[in-house]
Design a protein around this ligand. Structure first.
Ligand SMILES: CCC1=C(C)/C(=C/C2=NC(=C\c3[nH]c(/C=C4\NC(=O)[C@H](C)[C@H]4CC)c(C)c3CCC(=O)O)/C(CCC(=O)O)=C2C)NC1=O
Length: 164
Protein backbone atom coordinates (compact mmCIF):
# COMPACT_ATOMS: atom_id res chain seq x y z
CA UNK A 1 0.00 0.00 0.00
CA UNK A 2 1.21 3.49 -0.81
CA UNK A 3 2.25 5.68 2.12
CA UNK A 4 4.49 8.71 2.42
CA UNK A 5 7.45 6.41 3.07
CA UNK A 6 6.87 4.05 0.14
CA UNK A 7 6.11 6.98 -2.19
CA UNK A 8 9.35 8.76 -1.39
CA UNK A 9 11.48 5.60 -1.52
CA UNK A 10 10.00 4.30 -4.75
CA UNK A 11 10.43 7.70 -6.45
CA UNK A 12 14.12 7.66 -5.52
CA UNK A 13 14.50 4.05 -6.67
CA UNK A 14 12.77 4.83 -9.96
CA UNK A 15 15.20 7.71 -10.48
CA UNK A 16 18.12 5.39 -9.68
CA UNK A 17 19.29 7.33 -6.64
CA UNK A 18 19.24 7.16 -2.88
CA UNK A 19 16.66 9.31 -1.05
CA UNK A 20 17.85 12.91 -0.86
CA UNK A 21 17.83 15.18 2.16
CA UNK A 22 14.59 16.77 1.02
CA UNK A 23 13.06 13.30 0.51
CA UNK A 24 13.94 12.45 4.08
CA UNK A 25 12.62 15.78 5.31
CA UNK A 26 9.29 15.09 3.72
CA UNK A 27 9.13 11.70 5.45
CA UNK A 28 10.14 13.34 8.72
CA UNK A 29 7.45 16.01 8.34
CA UNK A 30 4.87 13.34 7.82
CA UNK A 31 6.01 11.38 10.85
CA UNK A 32 5.83 14.53 12.95
CA UNK A 33 2.21 14.92 11.90
CA UNK A 34 1.46 11.24 12.58
CA UNK A 35 0.09 11.85 16.09
CA UNK A 36 -2.41 14.38 14.74
CA UNK A 37 -3.42 12.04 11.94
CA UNK A 38 -3.92 9.11 14.30
CA UNK A 39 -6.01 11.26 16.59
CA UNK A 40 -8.17 12.24 13.61
CA UNK A 41 -8.45 8.60 12.51
CA UNK A 42 -9.56 7.55 15.96
CA UNK A 43 -12.12 10.33 16.42
CA UNK A 44 -13.48 9.84 12.92
CA UNK A 45 -13.73 6.09 13.52
CA UNK A 46 -15.72 6.63 16.70
CA UNK A 47 -18.23 8.85 14.85
CA UNK A 48 -18.08 7.52 11.33
CA UNK A 49 -21.67 6.29 11.11
CA UNK A 50 -23.02 9.58 12.39
CA UNK A 51 -20.73 11.70 10.21
CA UNK A 52 -21.75 9.70 7.13
CA UNK A 53 -25.46 9.86 7.98
CA UNK A 54 -25.38 13.65 8.42
CA UNK A 55 -23.44 14.05 5.18
CA UNK A 56 -25.92 11.85 3.34
CA UNK A 57 -28.87 13.79 4.79
CA UNK A 58 -27.30 17.09 3.71
CA UNK A 59 -26.82 15.82 0.15
CA UNK A 60 -30.42 14.61 -0.03
CA UNK A 61 -31.70 17.90 1.32
CA UNK A 62 -29.89 19.81 -1.43
CA UNK A 63 -30.63 17.31 -4.21
CA UNK A 64 -34.07 16.19 -3.09
CA UNK A 65 -35.08 15.37 -6.67
CA UNK A 66 -33.03 12.19 -6.20
CA UNK A 67 -35.91 10.81 -4.13
CA UNK A 68 -38.30 11.04 -7.08
CA UNK A 69 -39.36 7.88 -8.81
CA UNK A 70 -36.67 6.47 -11.07
CA UNK A 71 -33.92 8.59 -9.49
CA UNK A 72 -30.82 7.32 -7.67
CA UNK A 73 -32.21 7.65 -4.13
CA UNK A 74 -35.73 6.46 -4.84
CA UNK A 75 -35.64 2.94 -3.41
CA UNK A 76 -34.43 1.46 -0.11
CA UNK A 77 -31.66 -0.34 -1.99
CA UNK A 78 -30.45 2.86 -3.65
CA UNK A 79 -30.64 4.80 -0.38
CA UNK A 80 -28.57 2.14 1.36
CA UNK A 81 -26.01 2.13 -1.47
CA UNK A 82 -25.71 5.90 -1.41
CA UNK A 83 -25.10 6.00 2.33
CA UNK A 84 -22.70 3.08 1.95
CA UNK A 85 -20.74 4.95 -0.75
CA UNK A 86 -20.32 7.93 1.58
CA UNK A 87 -19.17 5.57 4.32
CA UNK A 88 -16.66 4.08 1.88
CA UNK A 89 -15.12 7.51 1.33
CA UNK A 90 -15.01 8.27 5.05
CA UNK A 91 -13.39 4.88 5.69
CA UNK A 92 -10.80 5.48 2.95
CA UNK A 93 -10.07 8.90 4.46
CA UNK A 94 -9.53 7.14 7.77
CA UNK A 95 -7.07 4.69 6.14
CA UNK A 96 -5.22 7.62 4.56
CA UNK A 97 -4.92 9.27 7.97
CA UNK A 98 -3.34 6.09 9.29
CA UNK A 99 -0.85 5.53 6.45
CA UNK A 100 0.00 9.21 6.04
CA UNK A 101 -0.63 9.39 2.32
CA UNK A 102 -3.43 9.40 -0.21
CA UNK A 103 -2.71 5.85 -1.43
CA UNK A 104 -5.92 4.19 -0.17
CA UNK A 105 -8.13 6.91 -1.66
CA UNK A 106 -6.20 6.95 -4.93
CA UNK A 107 -6.23 3.20 -5.37
CA UNK A 108 -9.68 2.24 -4.07
CA UNK A 109 -11.76 5.40 -4.13
CA UNK A 110 -10.65 7.60 -6.99
CA UNK A 111 -9.17 5.32 -9.66
CA UNK A 112 -12.07 4.27 -11.89
CA UNK A 113 -14.64 6.16 -9.80
CA UNK A 114 -15.64 8.54 -12.54
CA UNK A 115 -16.18 5.66 -14.98
CA UNK A 116 -18.32 3.77 -12.46
CA UNK A 117 -20.53 6.78 -11.79
CA UNK A 118 -20.85 7.54 -15.49
CA UNK A 119 -21.74 3.93 -16.28
CA UNK A 120 -24.37 3.88 -13.52
CA UNK A 121 -25.59 7.34 -14.46
CA UNK A 122 -24.94 8.66 -10.94
CA UNK A 123 -24.34 12.41 -10.53
CA UNK A 124 -21.19 13.25 -8.55
CA UNK A 125 -22.50 16.58 -7.20
CA UNK A 126 -24.36 14.87 -4.32
CA UNK A 127 -21.13 13.17 -3.24
CA UNK A 128 -19.42 16.56 -3.32
CA UNK A 129 -22.23 18.06 -1.25
CA UNK A 130 -22.06 15.23 1.32
CA UNK A 131 -18.29 15.51 1.73
CA UNK A 132 -18.42 19.33 1.77
CA UNK A 133 -20.97 19.15 4.56
CA UNK A 134 -18.57 16.94 6.55
CA UNK A 135 -15.77 19.37 5.68
CA UNK A 136 -17.64 22.29 7.23
CA UNK A 137 -19.07 20.33 10.14
CA UNK A 138 -15.85 19.29 11.89
CA UNK A 139 -14.96 21.63 14.72
CA UNK A 140 -11.89 21.93 16.97
CA UNK A 141 -11.56 21.33 19.83
CA UNK A 142 -15.09 19.90 20.06
CA UNK A 143 -14.47 16.98 17.68
CA UNK A 144 -10.67 16.76 17.65
CA UNK A 145 -7.61 18.96 18.09
CA UNK A 146 -6.90 21.73 15.58
CA UNK A 147 -3.93 19.82 14.10
CA UNK A 148 -5.99 16.65 13.75
CA UNK A 149 -8.79 18.62 12.08
CA UNK A 150 -6.29 20.09 9.60
CA UNK A 151 -5.19 16.61 8.57
CA UNK A 152 -8.77 15.34 8.30
CA UNK A 153 -9.95 18.37 6.33
CA UNK A 154 -7.04 18.10 3.89
CA UNK A 155 -8.18 14.59 2.94
CA UNK A 156 -11.79 15.67 2.63
CA UNK A 157 -10.64 18.47 0.30
CA UNK A 158 -8.59 15.99 -1.69
CA UNK A 159 -11.61 13.70 -2.10
CA UNK A 160 -13.94 16.59 -2.97
CA UNK A 161 -11.52 17.83 -5.63
CA UNK A 162 -11.29 14.38 -7.15
CA UNK A 163 -15.08 14.28 -7.55
CA UNK A 164 -15.61 17.90 -8.64
C1 LIG B 1 -14.33 1.61 -1.73
C2 LIG B 1 -14.73 2.57 -2.76
C3 LIG B 1 -16.03 2.28 -3.47
C4 LIG B 1 -16.91 3.21 -3.95
C5 LIG B 1 -16.77 4.68 -3.84
C6 LIG B 1 -17.99 2.50 -4.59
C7 LIG B 1 -19.07 3.07 -5.24
C8 LIG B 1 -20.12 2.39 -5.94
N1 LIG B 1 -21.41 2.78 -5.85
C9 LIG B 1 -22.19 1.95 -6.58
C10 LIG B 1 -23.59 1.95 -6.71
C11 LIG B 1 -24.50 2.96 -6.29
N2 LIG B 1 -24.22 4.12 -5.63
C12 LIG B 1 -25.35 4.86 -5.45
C13 LIG B 1 -25.27 6.16 -4.81
C14 LIG B 1 -26.02 7.31 -4.78
N3 LIG B 1 -27.35 7.48 -4.98
C15 LIG B 1 -27.67 8.80 -4.99
O1 LIG B 1 -28.81 9.27 -5.12
C16 LIG B 1 -26.45 9.65 -4.88
C17 LIG B 1 -26.15 10.29 -6.20
C18 LIG B 1 -25.39 8.65 -4.47
C19 LIG B 1 -24.97 8.77 -3.01
C20 LIG B 1 -24.29 10.09 -2.72
C21 LIG B 1 -26.43 4.12 -6.00
C22 LIG B 1 -27.90 4.50 -6.05
C23 LIG B 1 -25.90 2.93 -6.55
C24 LIG B 1 -26.64 1.82 -7.28
C25 LIG B 1 -26.89 2.25 -8.71
C26 LIG B 1 -27.51 1.18 -9.56
O2 LIG B 1 -27.53 0.00 -9.17
O3 LIG B 1 -27.99 1.54 -10.66
C27 LIG B 1 -21.33 0.98 -7.22
C28 LIG B 1 -21.78 -0.14 -8.16
C29 LIG B 1 -21.81 -1.48 -7.44
C30 LIG B 1 -22.93 -1.57 -6.44
O4 LIG B 1 -24.10 -1.41 -6.81
O5 LIG B 1 -22.62 -1.78 -5.26
C31 LIG B 1 -20.03 1.28 -6.83
C32 LIG B 1 -18.77 0.57 -7.28
N4 LIG B 1 -17.75 1.17 -4.47
C33 LIG B 1 -16.57 0.99 -3.81
O6 LIG B 1 -16.08 -0.12 -3.54
Amino acid sequence: MKSVVTTVISAAVAAGRFPSTSDLESVQGSIQRAAARLEAAEKLGANLDKVAQEAYDAAMKKYSYLNNEGEANSTDTYKAKCLRDIKHYMRLIQYCLVVGGTGPLDEWGIAGGREVYRALNLPTAPYVEALSFARNRGCAPRDMSAQALTEYNALLDYTINSLS
